[in-house]
Write a protein that binds this ligand. Structure first.
Ligand code: ATP
Length: 356
């Protein structure tokens, strides 16, 4: 993975100027509220002064309408070329045999690690304070392997696939993250008391990897008990390590602790590339209304900037969003305000400017 050199501090160049060697990133607006929140992220990234050449592509329901396929060849070619994408949510229709594009992209590019940093924001009212959780979710197997069949009329089977290789590499990713970011503990979450073989293997692999990281306190917790404890004593957790399905569910629960899906960013990492996307889905109830919260997409953009080596710009975005949320003056409806997506985006850009 080629990474451009970081600039020490992002400043605003003229918009028309394209830096030689600006990184090329695939941009997928997505479905539902996707294009609205991705536009917001683009505007904020642009305001940091980091220059990126965006390769705009379509996918999902919008691509089905335009090109008759949810994954056009041009998109795959672009991702193979750029190996980095910023993406809005994509619609997956339930029960229609319509393949999940998210799962497809993660598997095709072997983006095995899903990372969702979930932080409390001063100014956002929730019953919980000082949440600082890192959710690490395995992205390529488990019940999301898509192996399902009809056994007999009225009887279906879904196969849960867990391998030692994928379990060890996600555990290693989580421990490496914990080590790099000086986190204190890591909890592997499972249901090995019932799924003795599959979750049993996952947890044995996590235990094995844990031995290589003696400075990080390793614990295990059964998923149902972990959910209860996450809402009664969230600060007892630090880094969470989960299989694909539990990770999907528990990360939404964690988003709820800090004020909702509109606030939590996400990234899917592989050894050769990464796709950055908010935790939330297409939010069809809000699509086209200009009222979706853009913060999750903006913070996903900041994670992308970190990955590309623009740590200064990424930090500036995080500071600016924190300022806007703390002031409480410009908030979207999901976090108790009345502001539009555009107004909140403008507030973040103004806060970026005032940081300088
Ligand atoms: P999908 O099927 O694509 O997952 P969904 O509506 O089932 O879509 P989400 O989009 O993840 O699931 O979100 C559930 C609800 O959370 C939405 O209906 C919306 O009310 C709220 N929500 C999600 N994202 C946002 C956002 N960015 N801003 C405000 N509210 C949001």
């Amino acid at each position: 993975m080629r990474r451009p050199k970081a600039r020490s501090r992002a400043r605003s160049p003229s918009p028309a100027k394209r830096a030689a060697g600006a990184p090329v990133v695939t941009l997928i607006g997505g479905d539902g509220v996707g294009p609205e929140v991705i536009d917001a992220a683009l505007a904020v990234i642009g305001a940091t002064g980091v220059e990126i050449e965006w390769d705009r592509q379509t996918a999902g329901a919008y691509a089905v309408k335009r090109f008759g396929t949810p994954v056009p060849d041009a998109l795959i070619k672009s991702l193979k070329r750029t190996r980095v994408a910023l993406k809005g949510p994509l619609e997956t229709r339930s029960g229609e045999g319509y393949r999940s594009i998210n799962v497809y992209l993660r598997k095709t590019f072997d983006l095995y690690a899903n990372l969702r940093p979930t932080l409390s924001f001063a100014g956002v009212q929730t019953p919980f304070r000082n949440i600082d959780l890192i959710v690490v979710r395995e992205n390529t197997e488990d019940l999301y392997s898509g192996i399902e069949h009809v056994v007999a009329r009225g009887v279906v089977e879904s196969i849960k696939v867990i391998t030692a290789r994928a379990s060890r590499r996600i555990a290693r990713f989580a421990f490496e993250y914990a080590r790099r970011h000086k986190r204190k503990s890591l909890t592997a979450i499972h249901k090995a008391n019932i799924m003795k073989l599959s979750d049993g293997l996952f947890i044995r692999c996590a235990r094995g990897v844990a031995k290589e990281y003696p400075e990080i306190k390793y614990r295990e917790q059964i998923v149902d008990a972990a959910c209860m404890r996450l809402v009664t004593d969230p600060s007892s957790f630090d880094v969470l390590l989960l299989e694909n399905l539990y990770g999907d569910i528990v990360s939404d629960l964690c988003a709820g602790l800090v004020g909702g899906l509109g606030l939590v960013p996400g990234a899917n990492y592989g050894d050769k590339g990464a796709i950055f996307e908010a935790v939330h889905g297409t939010a069809p109830d809000l699509a086209g209304k200009g009222t979706a919260n853009p913060i999750a997409a903006i913070l996903s953009g900041a994670m992308m900037l970190d990955y590309l080596g623009y740590a200064g710009a990424a930090a500036a975005i995080r500071t600016a969003t924190g300022k806007v949320l703390r002031s409480g003056r410009v908030l979207t409806g999901d976090i108790g305000g009345k502001a539009t997506t555009a107004a909140m985006t403008a507030a973040v850009i103004a806060a970026l400017g005032s940081n300088r």
